[in-house]
Design a protein around this ligand. Structure first.
Ligand code: URP
Ligand code: ZN
Ligand code: ZN
Length: 475
């Protein structure tokens, strides 16, 4: 079946023009400025809507057991958030239990994803133990097409591993060709500060960010990047939040180390003052690393614009205010860490990044669609509008905005951290592999439609910085 989308404002990572796109079954056939003569079975008039590749969110946690609870959105509600927000592929984190095997974790993750996935998906593998068994099991991960591994320098006693273990893992991944990603905050510093606040009876959400100051994030960021340099292994820092971390990444990149970074929409948008909201409302914003201050947001926007940071993610990991976040009512250390973003990421970055002239629309496509695919081995199948790419397409209505609210969002969570925020664009029609999955607020496929994406081994693809400015930290 051949479909022609006509009269669209087509936007890629490098281009923008009024034109047409032809796809056959699940693949794009051609993109151009006048395909009106093409043979086709159906024609869709985009009527000037913006046609972008489907987004990739390479940082989300669906139905994840964490801190004594399980994150609220699963592959169905989380997948609906993704699609309604213009994202067609998600990469979730497969997390083995302590003492467990990668094979066991994969079995659990497959059972959660396969029957429920609304959009396409893949996994990173978290390494929360390091021993001879896990070392051998890396081969299984690569066979399954999992080529990226997440380590934590924090969550001591739960997910954190030591520098020795991180370095050894990096050497193993280097031999096979993959990417090591890191949650980078100094976990020892964090635990000592948290214990000291607790001993003084300082237990409200206000103290959550004070346990992980920017310098503790900068230190761990620099350390992971140095370990990567010593192992000759590319490293990618997830959810960067502050100027101190950006400075470390800029330094590593300037030295030519293969180093990459991700920022999540909430760290571009929301302020640490939110932790001081009355009636425990600050708990809604508890995530790690925490929300920061205005000058950090400026550093992050700058780094996104000039190429120090390559990817926008979400770290979507939702917990209800009632029944989950309130587990930490008397002690902020027990508040499950995480918040939403899958549905909001692209509209928010478009409205507050592109429309406020912080980044171009091409840069939005690059950082929300194309680079995530390039970093994690999914390009050009995903994240682009090239002939042969999957027909993962989103028609965006730039004339219709909406106000974000937990009353209307797709998430199963009772809270939305962007409550009341106005966005100026709406994902109107979404195709995944050529199948229309969403139109004007209605889902047209059932859970289980989403397909697992195997990823080939290899180093991340180089990204082109020639059109961007100097990679300096501008604050
Ligand atoms: O607070 C967060 N970020 N929760 C999800 C787990 C993680 O650290 O990414
Ligand atoms: Zn993390
Ligand atoms: Zn995360």
């Amino acid at each position: 079946m051949r479909t022609l989308i006509q009269n669209a404002e087509i936007v890629t990572a490098s281009d923008q023009f009024r034109g047409d796109l032809l796809f056959q079954d699940d693949k794009i056939l051609s993109v151009g400025s006048n395909l009106g003569d093409a043979t086709r079975d159906q024609t869709i008039d985009a009527n000037g809507k913006y046609l972008l590749p489907g987004g990739l969110d390479v940082h989300c946690h669906l139905e994840m057991p964490f801190m004594g609870s399980v994150s609220k959105d699963d592959f169905t509600s989380g997948g609906k958030c993704a699609i309604a927000g213009g994202t067609t592929t998600v990469v979730d984190f497969c997390i083995p239990s302590k003492g467990g095997t990668l094979a066991q974790a994969l079995e659990i993750w497959d059972a959660k994803s396969k029957p429920k996935a609304m959009c396409d998906y893949s996994y990173h593998m978290c390494i929360v133990d390091w021993n001879e068994g896990i070392r051998k099991e890396l081969d299984l991960a690569f066979e399954r097409g999992i080529t990226s591994f997440k380590i934590f320098t924090a969550y001591k006693g739960a997910l954190m591993i030591s520098d020795e273990e991180i370095f050894d893992l990096m050497l193993e991944v280097r031999q096979r060709g993959g990417l090591v990603t890191a949650h980078a905050v100094n976990g020892d510093v964090l635990n000592i500060l948290a214990a000291r606040f607790a001993a003084e009876g300082k237990l409200s959400p206000h103290y959550h960010p004070l346990c992980q100051p920017p310098v503790a994030e900068g230190e761990a960021t620099g350390r992971v990047l140095e370990l990567g340099k010593m192992a000759d292994q590319p490293a990618y820092i997830v959810h960067m939040t502050c100027k101190e971390a950006v400075v470390e990444l800029a330094r590593a990149r300037k030295r030519g180390w293969e180093s990459y970074g991700e920022v999540c929409a909430q760290h571009l948008m929301l302020d640490a003052d939110l932790y001081d909201l009355p009636d425990f409302e600050g708990a809604k914003y508890v995530m790690s690393p925490p929300l920061r201050k205005a000058h950090d947001r400026e550093a992050l926007w700058g780094a996104l614009a000039n190429g120090i940071i390559q990817v926008v993610g979400t770290d979507h990991c939702t917990f209800d205010f009632k029944g989950q976040k309130d587990m930490g009512k008397d002690d902020f250390r027990k508040i499950p860490n995480g918040l939403n973003g899958l549905q909001e990421r692209m509209p928010v970055v478009w409205t507050y990044g592109v429309n406020q002239k912080r980044i171009s629309l091409q840069r939005l496509v690059e950082t929300c669609c194309t680079n995530p695919a390039k970093m994690f081995g999914l390009y050009p199948t995903k994240g682009s509008l090239l002939p042969g790419s999957d027909a993962d397409l989103v028609l965006w209505d730039t004339k219709q905005g909406y106000t974000i609210s937990a009353k209307t969002h797709q998430s199963a969570c009772d809270t939305n951290v962007y409550e009341g925020t106005r966005v100026e664009v709406t994902a109107h029609t979404v195709f995944i592999r050529g199948q229309k999955v969403y139109e004007a607020g209605k889902f047209l496929v059932e859970p289980g439609f989403g397909q697992y994406q195997k990823r080939p081994a290899g180093r991340p693809m180089k990204v082109d910085y020639s059109s961007l400015g100097n990679q300096t930290v501008g604050v």
